[in-house]
Design a protein around this ligand. Sequence first.
Ligand code: GCU
Length: 620
Amino acid sequence: MRFLFGFIASLAALVLIACTSETTTSQNSPDANLSAQPQAPVAPINYIQNLNARKTQSLDGKWARIIDPYENGYYNYRYQVHDNGFFKNQKKEGPRDLVEYNFDTSPKLTVPGDWNTQERELYYYEGTLWYQRYFDLQKREGQKYIVQFGAVNYHAIVYVNGEKVGEHEGGFTSFQFDISEFVKSGENFIVLKVDNSRARDQVPTVNTDWWNYGGITRSVFIAVIPDTHIIDYTLSLSSDMSTIKGTVTVSAATHNAPVTLTIKELGISETFAVSENGTLAFSLPASPKLWSPERPKLYDVSLSYDADTLRDKIGFRTITVEGDKVLLNGKPVFMRGISIHEESLLHAGRAHSKADARATLELAKDLGTNFVRLAHYPHNEAMVKMADELGLMVWSEIPVYWTVLFGDEAVYRKAETQLVEMMTRDKNRASIVMWSVANETPLSDERHSFLGRLINKARRMDNTRLITAAIDTHSMSENEIVLEDPLAEKLDVIGINSYCGWYWAVLEDCAKKVWKSGYDKPIIMSEMGGGAKAGLRGDAGEIWTEEFQATVYDYNLQMADNIDGLAGISPWILKDFLSPRRQLGGIQDDWNRKGLVSETGEKKLAWDVLQSYYEKKAAE
Ligand code: GCU
């Protein structure tokens, strides 16, 4: 971790959260075409909120796969895009037909799931891999057929019945394509070209401290919706907690059909006319039971418009800052957190299911948390819905991580698209209390401008949540650590990643260190900790023993108590996780060992240290 020497001008600011709100829909902006020949970008659709709540047909299960490191299924020998590439799913018909691929006889991969943990040959694979499957459909007039992917890492080109329907860049956000004009009644097939190659101009860029899991890593389904349908909706509690505010966007206002909102338990059943541009905004007096970690109350909400009806479970709460305090429902809250990567406790690789989410978040609750930092990218939808249900506040983050190319406008657009996609999918999740725009990004004017634009965009989209980022630039003298990052001025909550006694400083000195922040703002210690191999016991002075990790926690928690304005901590990390940067044989073996539990869920001594600290904090 780097530090700079210097002091920061002191600033006192009560954060005023922007008072404008704008609903937006995530445009799956077609990516800069990868092909050698320019291709007309396929018209993206707006992201249809809560598509899963409509009539759906799952495409999860076994898909054929072809590994294609030379992209032979996409480019011809002149490096031009094939017009009859693998996406055509060609079959040999005549005795001399030369077709040098066949999905029907290819091995299978399970979707959802990363490919790295499904086949030994794919453990390190970075490149293109083709997926293909068939599906049946009964096509009807007046219906739209939308395919939704929970996530595909990193770049996906989607084809239906041999025709390109769209492409998406970004490994951790949900996207959709309208395939109505491409499907037919009877048997259809879908093909994806998935490429998880890392590149300098991507988000994240080439260097991360997590495994580059490739593939269709989250669920896929086709939703059938009426031509006239609800595209987007937002419901939230007003800052004075007296009214429920909402917006709805519908696909076409030609119908003068009303929108009906029902929240039975609150005695709400309201009908609203939509404006000629298909939008409406409303504000209804209500006194809902407030959502909180202690009492995660969710209400059954239904919305209908013409022939489209959807249901959702929504919690109502406020989250604000006042000076150096975070207020949940108007009351100061200390965020007893833990950081989490999206790896399953139940199986190898990427987590994606409700069972994964329940196992991980119940373990986090067992630790005594009321807060989770979902690092370093948006997690799957089951995770945030489970946080709503179990009562955990969430820090949700886009992977603007370390050294992305801050001076590149196309990279900014990629980051902003991922921000919009993250916020559009999850804007009705009460558990999400803050959006994070970055993690440990190096200081520069370009980085300041890049992140400033993201922060402004997030504020314009959502004035009901806090904006944060994890920063790691501190100045340090003998016993004083001073926050040193101008980005802090733009944040509601300042995240600090600090590895006192692991990456820097003598461990025993950490308890004496006093943090100084020149800001009257809440601070969250968004990372701290150290590594241990589960089961390695020995002297507390010996690195990699459980005793040493427990001592790191002990001293850093004493240091945390020295931080004025500390509103919470989310130590790094709940579970050991795979990273190509962790190569110490016999200890790491590709695992980052900073977990409080091992990759098999075995608790380490440091678990007890943090758990008793949280018991004490909860009793305060
Ligand atoms: C950094 C970074 C994490 C990383 C951790 C570590 O702070 O944010 O992504 O895994 O430190 O070094 O283990």
